[in-house]
Write a protein that binds this ligand. Structure first.
Ligand code: BGC
Length: 454
């Protein structure tokens, strides 16, 4: 994998730190306990150290934190009278305006990497119209990362899409891959020189994964839930073609997204051939049920095409939260197991197991680009991260090529259909005031990042 490049000449200059600070609003950042002064001066115990240049980061996704993503498919369906969303995203964390403080906070905590995503719906709000102003917004975000010595990991598509694209059938539309590739080309032309690592898609395997998942409270058949949801959405919009990343024919979505990945990647490389490009795969630590396990079938169906695609990439992002005991489908978590706010089992060892599997299957460098838990009890998050990182270290010590670890999420945010209730952040957000408060887990992870050592 090539080293990410720093800022270079481009059509527009990165903005200065002073300009960034001037544009920042007066929102307070409370409890900056993880700041540089806390950097541990303890000598690093070599047996606990991570490889040189290891990337330590926090992740967000545009629609979940920016707020007012009004041209997107999701904003539209969040506001339908019979919405499948618990609540609308609204201002979310107002990261669209508050990114200067947020990015500075990531660096102050001790991290060296920030993962965020573009909102295609802002950049191309009407088919064929590319907003230079919005591209400049993302350019300023990338510049802010460089100002703070953070390597930017840029996801070009994280679930949401422009409304016009969804009305044309989303990923099921035969021209979708070309429309996506055109967006990738324009975005890379404007932003590419500032990108550390690019990703074509966040969790492109989610439509397939949902067919296997079985969680208490979510019903046995999520696919059925989405099918009914799609019917409701189409009826309310009076739009029989409407489809998006979650709603539609899973197989057609997969084929469309896979083709879009290949074309998007080629488009990015045609502009900046040395930009590392990959994608972020949703993975579970799949373990066989004692009887009638369909584990191999699940892996082939859900991950198979993507593990193949990864072999042509510069790296693969792995996003893992828990384990699944795989019978005919995934079984619910074992009786008595601790579960998190979203019903997933508390199982931090999943990170170690999945990076080993992903590396073996693809042979490309692996980056953990999402990992974390939803809980109001931050002491559980602290334990989760400690155990997850101990496992990651074991894998690295055994020679698994892992280049970074990025936590989900920088801050509590809009958890899609579940709204703002699940708390995945290492930073709390008061939605009424937009005040950020760093949690002990954030300070702890930041210190590990700064030391590059457990
Ligand atoms: C997604 C995030 C999401 C997180 C927790 C991942 O599936 O990429 O957008 O918030 O998991 O559910």
């Amino acid at each position: 994998m090539k080293e990410p490049r720093g800022p270079a000449e481009s059509t527009s200059r990165p903005i200065s730190r002073r300009a960034l600070l001037q544009s920042a609003s007066a929102v307070a950042v409370a409890g900056m306990v993880g700041s540089r002064s806390l950097a541990s001066d303890r000598p690093v115990d070599k047996s606990k150290a991570f490889p040189d240049k290891f990337l330590w980061g926090c992740a967000t996704a545009g629609h979940q934190v920016e707020g007012n993503n009004t041209n997107s498919d999701l904003w539209l369906i969040e506001h339908l009278p019979e919405s499948i969303f618990k609540e609308p995203s609204g201002d979310a964390c107002d990261h669209y305006h508050l990114y200067p403080q947020d990015i500075s906070m990531v660096a102050d905590l001790g991290f060296n990497t920030y993962r965020f995503s573009l909102e295609w719906a802002r950049i191309e709000p009407e088919e064929g119209f590319f907003s230079r102003a919005e591209l400049e917004h993302y350019r300023r975000m990338l510049a802010a990362c460089h100002e703070h010595h953070l390597t930017p990991l840029l996801t070009y598509s994280h679930f949401s899409m422009p409304r016009w694209f969804a009305f044309k059938g989303g990923w099921e539309n035969p021209v979708a891959p070309d429309l996506y590739a055109r967006f990738c080309e324009k975005a890379t032309r404007h932003l590419g020189d500032l990108v550390g690592y690019a990703s074509t898609f966040n969790e492109p395997d989610v439509p397939q994964l949902l067919e296997w998942i079985n969680l208490p409270g979510m019903g046995a058949d999520l696919t059925e839930m989405f099918r009914t949801g799609l019917g409701k959405v189409r009826k309310q919009l009076n739009a029989p073609e409407f489809a998006n990343f979650f709603l539609g024919d899973g197989k057609k979505i997969r084929d469309g997204v896979l083709a879009a990945h290949h074309k998007g990647r080629t488009a990015m490389k045609s502009v900046r051939s040395d930009m590392p490009v990959g994608f972020n795969l949703a993975m579970s630590d799949d373990q066989p049920a004692p009887e009638d396990s369909h584990l191999a079938e699940k892996r082939a169906y859900v991950y198979g095409p993507w593990l193949e695609a990864a072999k042509q990439c510069d790296y693969m992002g792995v996003q893992v939260y828990s384990r699944s005991i795989v019978g005919k489908k995934d079984l619910p978590p074992p009786k008595g197991a601790e579960t998190t706010q979203v019903g997933w089992e508390f199982y931090p060892e999943c990170v170690e197991h999945v990076v080993r599997y992903a590396s073996k299957e693809t042979g490309v460098p692996i980056m953990v680009t999402e990992n974390g838990i939803a809980t109001n009890d931050d002491t559980r998050r602290v334990e989760y991260y400690q155990r997850a990182l101990a496992g990651l270290k074991r894998a690295i010590d055994d020679g698994v090529d892992v280049r970074g670890y990025v936590t989900w999420s920088l801050m509590d945010n809009f958890e899609w259909m579940s709204g703002f209730e699940p708390k995945f952040g290492i930073v709390a957000v008061d939605l009424a005031t937009q005040r950020r408060t760093i949690k002990p887990s954030g300070a702890m992870l930041g210190n590990i990042a700064r030391r590059n050592s457990l």
